[in-house]
Design a binder for this molecule. Structure first.
Ligand SMILES: [Zn+2]
Length: 405
């Protein structure tokens, strides 16, 4: 150390400045964790819409938004259900950041789905509010998503700010857990197919962990759906489903907050890019699906086959079929089926539904009784209801003797 120097060397000053900037420019891991932990606490009783736990969550979100400097309104829509809406900024044009705060009810902490999405909205507002964006920011915490997207449906029919002034809606659902409990992270981005401007922004920021796919591959499964119907350009971000999805194991301690903060930083960049677009994005009449979609699906199939040594026979057959056809068959249906197979695998609790409504019937229609039978056999292993079991057994039998007809 130099004894006589009164001023610290320039390098130290610059380093300190750089570190200060870094700390300003990053979403806080601790804050995200504090929100999720509070919202997913057993005292909130799983935040089922209409309950005291959900009401307490709404108050918490409202107080947080007020602390951030937002004008906050509670939007009642009956049955003790309320959307929480906060606005910050003077501009008429705005970007809406939305996530549902209701959950699955008592015994279901609903941390990744969707306390984590709400935490991201709150911290993105904190992160972006000082950035002098040319648009306002509107945060909406939707109630009653789990029973049929009711909060967001009500909001788009009764918007507190005109929807035609929305630069875009950015929606979060099911965040902070690895898709299918694989060892790698995937941030899915959907909705860019309806706007060239948003597609370009996403393209610019896309990294190897970000998979861009069309929303039709998962269907209207979250709060983005209402915005699409009203022709508001939207992006939907999700880390997607895992073994504890809609189960008692979706607890706050299992959410990865470091990852949540990193992806919040990435999304903050995307939002700033959207805010600074020279003109308002237009909603396309006919979607233009992302070019990398097939590669994205193949990538997920590769990962699953590599890591899931216990993959049931039915899935091995389907995966082989997808691989053989994905490159040449460019129908949306095949991609939807491949996505449904991945989602069914991700959450065994829900796979019976996927199998009986999508996967089995698809392979029956495609004239692949061998795959259809294997798929129903896999479903039979998990089915406990006697009449459902009988129906599956009959189906399998009829598929195993196709030549008789
Ligand atoms: Zn959800």
């Amino acid at each position: 150390m130099r004894k006589y120097s009164l001023r610290p060397p320039l390098q130290i000053i610059l380093t300190a400045l750089f570190l200060a900037l870094l700390s300003i420019a990053a979403v806080s891991v601790d804050r995200l964790k504090a929100h999720v932990t509070w919202l997913a606490d057993p005292a909130r009783e799983g935040r089922h819409a209409g309950t005291a736990g959900a009401a307490a969550a709404a108050e918490y979100i409202s107080a947080q938004l007020k602390q951030l400097g937002c004008d906050v309104q509670m939007q009642d829509f009956g049955g003790r259900r309320r959307n929480v809406v906060g606005k910050i900024g003077k501009a008429e044009r705005y970007i809406l950041l939305g996530a549902h705060y209701d959950g699955q009810g008592t015994g279901m902490p609903s941390a990744s789905d969707n306390a984590a999405g709400v935490a991201m909205v709150l911290e993105l507002i904190r992160e972006l509010k000082g950035r002098e964006l040319p648009v306002s920011l509107i945060a909406v915490a939707f109630d009653d998503e789990e029973q049929g997207l009711n909060g967001s449906r009500y909001y788009v029919d009764h918007p507190l700010y005109p929807l035609d002034k929305a630069q875009s809606a950015v929606i979060f659902d099911s965040m902070g857990r690895q898709f299918m409990d694989l060892s790698t992270w995937t941030l899915f981005v959907l909705g860019s197919e309806y706007s060239k401007e948003l597609a370009a922004v996403v393209q610019k920021r896309a990294g190897p962990e970000m998979l861009v796919i069309g929303t039709d591959l998962i269907g209207p499964r979250s709060d983005f759906a209402g915005f699409g119907l009203k022709r508001v350009p939207y992006l939907f971000f999700t880390h997607a489903t895992h073994k504890d999805y809609h189960g008692p194991g979706d607890t706050a301690d299992r959410v990865n907050y470091t990852k949540l903060a990193q992806d919040s930083d990435l999304i903050a960049q995307v939002i700033q890019d959207i805010a600074r677009l020279p003109s308002q994005p237009k909603f396309l009449d006919a979607p233009v699906y992302p070019a990398g979609e097939i590669a994205a699906l193949q990538h997920e199939l590769d990962l699953v086959e590599k890591e899931r040594k216990d993959l049931p026979q039915a899935y091995r057959m389907m995966f082989a079929d997808f691989r053989a056809r994905l490159k040449s068959d460019d129908t949306r249906e095949l991609r939807r089926i491949a996505t449904s197979a991945l989602l069914a695998l991700a959450t065994p609790r829900l796979s019976g539904f996927m199998v009986s409504f999508y996967l089995g019937p698809y392979y029956e229609r495609e004239n692949r009784p061998d795959i259809a039978a294997a798929v129903y056999e896999d479903a039979l292993k998990a089915e406990t209801d006697p009449s459902e079991r009988r129906a599956l057994e009959e189906k399998i039998q009829s598929l195993r003797v196709p030549a008789a007809k």
